[in-house]
Design a binder for this molecule. Structure first.
Ligand code: CMC
Length: 429
């Protein structure tokens, strides 16, 4: 017999279907709640609301588990390959050698931007935030690819995904070069995804950037660990925008905007600022923790806490360890790593953080790795966006394919004025 939940309201009972996922999580299906009872649910921040059924990413926040299409993220560490993971997320299985090569070749082929698009960069002030440029330019891409506005088949999604995943990297690198007042470096089709990005970021007309295997692997892994995280704020935004049948470019541009905020992807910038403040002697780690506990002016320990993880974020665990291994390999010493470790230790022993189950999240150590690779702080959230793009595409495409392709349109409980009448301006006091 299928399981049901019973709601008692106004002395009547209503049965509601229980939906069960493949890993055993359960939800009450309230699709008919309002029609049957006149009630809606109120769940600010959507902490208890499932907005969709999805087969892409599984998180067990209590156990600290994250899997892409069933594969634990730890499995990707030995030979990290972001392009392979992107394909896996979007198409649901690991690509064959031939599928992988074809996709990787498409990424190389489509790294170029239309020359008119390159000119757009010149109109932005040097100080423009790269996330603003990225979002604007992803939207602008849709003007150059009207043929990709309607995507009906997996083959057409592959074409669009290859263009977007490839070009976001060129857009990001150009935004950086513009901020530095440096000439753009065109993509090199002989280079694969990560080395090509670093070439566009750091080569100079007189000196070519040489990407070491250590750096290539570290950046591949960072991008993989950001690649999807089920219904987070930016992904939900992409789905929300996509639900109106907006095209993939518009939906992903909206995702970039959502990611920008300091409670989401922007946290990686705030973590570095916080560590630098401590390093600069303006505040001690203990004082920072106390400030976050007092919630003074909304202060938080950045890079700590998560809506879903009530145990270690497995990404933070991996990134903390990798940061410790990478710095000596690159011959670097970064005092911010020791400060981060010290801060983590203080917080994890503090009853405030223990009671609230607040642990380091993906943003706590990622900035230290990005910094070691040479990525400037202003570009940290852009790196998150490059990593998250395959997840956005996968979720957008999954939504398009589902039978229940309804426009996302939550309701509200109205708390404003009851009926009142318009008063002409001359009669108002
Ligand atoms: N420092 C201090 N207190 C915190 C923190 C923190 N980082 N995070 C949560 N709390 C407290 C919060 O004040 C609340 O306390 P109380 O019960 O006394 O009111 C309690 O813990 C529960 O917090 P919440 O805000 O209800 O939790 P949430 O699930 O709505 O928020 C979060 C999750 C990630 C936005 C939040 O933990 C946070 O602001 N963390 C800092 C920003 C950050 O690192 N963001 C990156 C998130 S992971 C990657 C990503 O999604 O981009």
């Amino acid at each position: 017999m299928s399981k049901k939940a019973i709601l008692t309201f106004d002395e009547k009972q209503y049965e509601m279907r229980i939906v069960e996922g493949s890993e055993g999580e359960r939800a009450i299906d309230i699709t008919e709640l309002r029609a049957k009872t006149g009630l809606i649910t109120l769940d600010q921040g959507y902490g208890n609301t499932g907005s969709c059924e999805s087969a892409i990413t599984f998180i067990d926040g209590e156990e600290g588990i994250l899997r892409y299409r069933g594969i634990p993220i730890e499995d990707f560490e030995t030979t990290p390959n972001f392009v392979e993971v992107a394909w896996l997320l979007i198409f649901g299985r690991l690509p064959t050698q031939k599928e992988y090569e074809t996709f990787a070749d498409e990424l190389s082929e489509h790294a170029y931007l239309d020359e008119n698009m390159r000119l757009h960069f010149e109109s932005f002030p040097r100080t423009a935030p790269p996330m603003a440029i990225l979002s604007a330019m992803i939207n602008a891409l849709s003007c150059f690819h009207p043929e990709l506005h309607e995507l009906e088949t997996a083959a057409s999604v592959e074409v669009a995904a290859a263009r977007l995943i490839s070009k976001i990297r060129t857009l990001a690198a150009y935004a950086y070069r513009h901020s530095q007042g440096q000439p753009v470096i065109y993509p090199d089709p002989a280079l694969r995804y990560v080395p090509n990005f670093l070439h566009m970021m750091f080569s100079q007309p007189y000196k070519r950037y040489a990407c070491s295997e250590t750096v290539r692997n570290a950046l591949n892994l960072i991008l993989i660990l950001h690649a999807d995280h089920e219904q987070n704020c930016s992904t939900s935004t992409v789905r929300m925008v996509g639900s109106s049948q907006a095209n993939l470019f518009a939906s992903c541009a909206a995702g970039v905007c959502a990611l920008w905020g300091p409670l989401h992807g922007g946290a990686n910038v705030e973590v570095l600022r916080m560590l630098a403040q401590i390093h600069g002697g303006q505040i001690t780690p203990k004082e920072y923790v106390e400030l976050a506990k007092k919630k003074d002016k909304g202060a938080r320990l950045m890079g700590f806490g998560h809506r879903v993880y009530k145990n270690f974020d497995p990404r933070a665990k991996m990134l903390g360890r990798i940061a410790g291994e990478l710095l000596p390999q690159l011959g670097r010493h970064d005092p911010l790593l020791e400060i981060a470790r010290g801060l983590e230790e203080i917080a994890l022993e503090d009853p405030y953080f223990i009671e609230r189950k607040l642990y380091p999240n993906v943003d706590f150590y990622s900035g230290i790795i990005l910094r070691a690779i040479g990525i400037p702080i202003d570009m940290f959230t852009v790196m998150f966006a490059i990593g998250r793009l395959p997840g956005w595409i996968a979720q957008w495409w999954e939504q398009r394919q589902t039978q229940v392709n309804k426009i996302a349109r939550p309701r509200q409980i109205y708390t404003g004025n009851t009926k009142s009448h318009y008063i002409p301006i001359t009669e108002r006091r």
